[in-house]
Ligand binder design. Structure first.
Ligand code: ADP
Ligand code: ZN
Length: 680
């Protein structure tokens, strides 16, 4: 990483600048002149306020102070301007200085001059000062700046070393920043706090066993693994699981994040790794947990055009060396977590380093129910609250989101002054977690509301009558935080391969919103921006990555290794072909959706009007209006609630934004890679 630009550097520059100026002006502030000039132009004209004389190297230096009111004269203009530009204050003097052979000569000359002073001009006072303190000058000009600079430097070093390592930070910069949990700072998280994740738990349970009874394994000649990598999307409980391991094993637990190794100084990362392992060996048996290991574990040697990656590589190399270096019997096990397995250096994944990969996925229906049960435990609930129902309504939620829902529900209930949390509070909390803060009194004109309703109805209709589209869970047009005006939530089937037909249907469904606006109002709005973005992404993926376009052919330009970031692996002609085919594909989707919605326009209007009336529609409402879905529902909401098969796959929440602002929020809920990831 290149050294970060730091505000501190600006401060340093400014302070240095002041020191230099100060230095220049403290000795050279007064202009050199002669006695003759002084006599003729200042003394005789009555402009002198006072004189200060002092001995300097056997000569007499006389400083001339001009009367402040006279400074405004043309004569002194450049003097004043000069001084003002630096300190913004008027020149207090001395403005001039001249040198005499001795004090006697000076007095004689001055007396002679003052004898012929013109009418009205009074003689000036002379003060004699002794300034023979060489140390004063020396101190001011040399020692003081050095002391200030040194102080500044130490201050900066302290700031840069993060200050968090405790003690004399400046010397601690190469020390590991790991947080240690041991007997004194008990971890009281156990496997009971981790819901679901049964397979992962079994895997890590074994690691706990390694630490507790290593002999059982080594007696048989087995080697104890050195590390395990927890892989999974954010919020699925990786950190929680690692903490539970430490809590169960009752061994010291070092916890740190990959970015803790990163510092702007060369060599610090590597030295922190060394220090971490040194500490760990002293405390063995113990567990080291490195969260977000991708911060240092990214594949080496790529993007080297950008330069500046050496420091991270050094850190990674040191980590590899340390992992190789300690024997398997030392009783140090490294757990690491990442959600980007694909970017990790292969050397890290090799047996002997992170021998095991434990994948932690988003929970399925049962998993969600168990997680709900954990987080509902401490809450005061109304009778009606049912973890099963809640889990059915939260497809695709990770553990962290479920924890969030439970907390939000409690807050919502408290705000309404309830004594127990009711199902409705959970519903509101779910909506809030998906779509952001509800803004019922956000000013939306009736016309806009109508556009949103028809847009969402378009999605709903398209989804209902397309065989391969995902069943809808609910559609809402309650305006929400960020910029979402409405959303539709679907329940996708858990599947990893998608056929062309499925992708086409999914695109049609996404296109439904814009088409509905078009055929209803004859004009379109910016509300479909997010939909179009997804369609475009998918269309490009189908054409250039999945080899689903007959003219482009069975080629895939997916750059999974990330090597050719800066040049496209195909010719300009191919690029043109891909662009043209994507346009054709999207146009086809549009026409197809339009034909469908025109055919079902009655249903569209019925749903849109119902939405305007009720604001939120569930699957059953759709069924009331449109009749049963003409296809066997692969996974219906009812089945869920009654504990049927689980969809659990990637959640698809279609958030509609009025404009280009804040698409980030929508992406959080809708992984744009939903289709991509499942392709291999
Ligand atoms: P990750 O490290 O995978 O990003 P965390 O372990 O930090 O996720 O999880 C964040 C929070 O989500 C946890 O503190 C916990 O409250 C909740 N959580 C996640 N998964 C689970 C689970 N399986 N059981 C119970 N709570 C969970
Ligand atoms: Zn939409």
């Amino acid at each position: 990483m290149p050294p970060k630009f730091n505000m501190m550097w600006i401060y340093i520059a400014v302070i240095l600048g002041f020191l230099v100026l100060n230095y220049m002006y403290s000795s050279g502030g007064a202009k050199q002149t002669t006695y003759e000039n002084f006599e003729k132009n200042m003394l005789m004209t009555g402009e002198v306020e006072k004189l200060v004389a002092f001995k300097s190297n056997d000569l007499l230096e006389v400083e001339v102070f001009i009367k402040p009111e006279k400074l405004k004269d043309e004569k002194y203009k450049d003097l004043v301007a000069n001084e003002k530009s630096i300190f913004g204050a008027t020149n207090r003097g001395p403005q001039y200085v001249f040198t005499m052979g001795s004090d006697e000569i000076f007095e004689k000359k001055l007396a002679a001059s003052e004898a012929n002073l013109p009418e009205g001009v009074s003689p000036v006072a002379v003060t004699y000062e002794s300034r023979n303190n060489p140390w004063g000058g020396f101190f001011m000009t040399f020692i003081l700046p050095i002391v200030i600079l040194a102080g500044l430097w130490i201050f900066l070093m302290r700031r840069m070393s993060g200050g968090g390592a405790g003690g004399g930070q400046i010397f601690n910069i190469g020390k590991s920043k790991a947080q240690l949990f041991d007997k004194e700072s008990q971890i009281n998280i156990t496997f009971n706090d981790v819901a679901g994740l049964e397979e992962a738990k079994t895997e890590v349970m074994e690691i706990v066993d390694f630490l507790k009874n290593p002999k059982k394994y080594t007696d048989l000649g087995g080697k104890i693994p050195k590390g395990a990598l927890l892989v999974g999307p954010p919020g699925t409980g990786k950190t929680l699981l690692a903490k539970a391991v430490a809590g169960e094993a009752q061994v010291p637990f070092f916890s740190l994040s990959g970015s803790d190794f990163v510092e702007m100084f060369v060599g610090v990362g590597a030295s922190r790794v060394r220090d971490l392992f040194k500490q760990a060996k002293e405390k063995s048996p113990c567990i080291i947990f490195i969260d977000e290991i991708d911060a240092i574990g990214r594949a080496r040697g790529k993007n080297s055009v950008m330069g500046g990656n050496d420091e991270r590589e050094n850190t990674l190399n040191q980590l590899l060396v340390e992992m190789d270096g300690f024997g398997t019997n030392l009783g140090v096990i490294i757990l690491a977590a990442t959600n980007r397995l694909d970017v990790l250096d292969t050397a890290l994944l090799r047996p002997g380093r992170f021998d095991r990969q434990i994948s932690i996925d988003k929970p399925d229906l049962n998993g969600r129910e168990q997680i709900f049960n954990v987080h509902l435990q401490p809450l005061k609930l109304a009778e009606e609250v049912d973890a099963k129902k809640l889990s059915a309504q939260t497809p695709g939620f990770a553990g962290a989101e479920i924890a969030n829902v439970c907390n939000e529900a409690a807050l919502i209930a408290a705000r309404k002054g309830k004594v127990a949390i009711q199902m409705q509070d959970f519903q509101d909390a779910i909506d809030r977690v998906i779509g952001g803060l509800e803004k019922r009194n956000k000013i939306i004109s009736p016309e806009e509301k109508k556009i949103v309703a028809y847009h969402e109805a378009g999605h709903a209709i398209a989804g209902w009558f397309l065989e391969h589209a995902d069943p809808l869970v609910k559609v809402s047009i309650v305006p929400r935080g960020a910029a979402a005006l409405g959303y539709a939530q679907y329940l996708p089937k858990e599947q990893f391969l998608y056929t062309t037909e499925q992708l086409m249907d999914s695109m049609s469904m996404t296109m439904g919103g814009r088409v509905a606006e078009d055929i209803t109002f004859g004009r379109i709005s910016t509300g479909a921006q997010n939909d179009l973005e997804r369609i475009t992404k998918l269309a490009y993926a189908m054409t250039a990555v999945y080899g689903m376009n007959p003219r482009v052919g069975n080629v895939s330009f997916n750059d999974s290794s990330g090597e050719s970031q800066f040049h496209k692996p195909y010719s300009d002609q191919t690029a043109e072909l891909i662009d043209a085919e994507v346009r054709l594909l999207i146009a086809e989707v549009y026409e197809r959706t339009k034909a469908l919605l025109l055919e079902k326009q009655d249903g569209l209007i019925a749903i849109a009007e119902k939405l305007l009336e009720k604001e939120i529609l569930f699957q059953s409402d759709l069924e009331d209006i449109l009749g049963k879905r003409p296809f066997a529902n692969r996974t219906t909401y009812d089945e869920f609630v009654n504990g049927g098969v689980d969809g659990g796959g990637v959640p698809q929440t279609d958030i509609d934004l009025p404009s280009t602002v804040d698409t980030e929020d929508a992406e959080d809920v809708t992984p744009p890679s939903s289709v991509k990831e499942s392709s291999n």
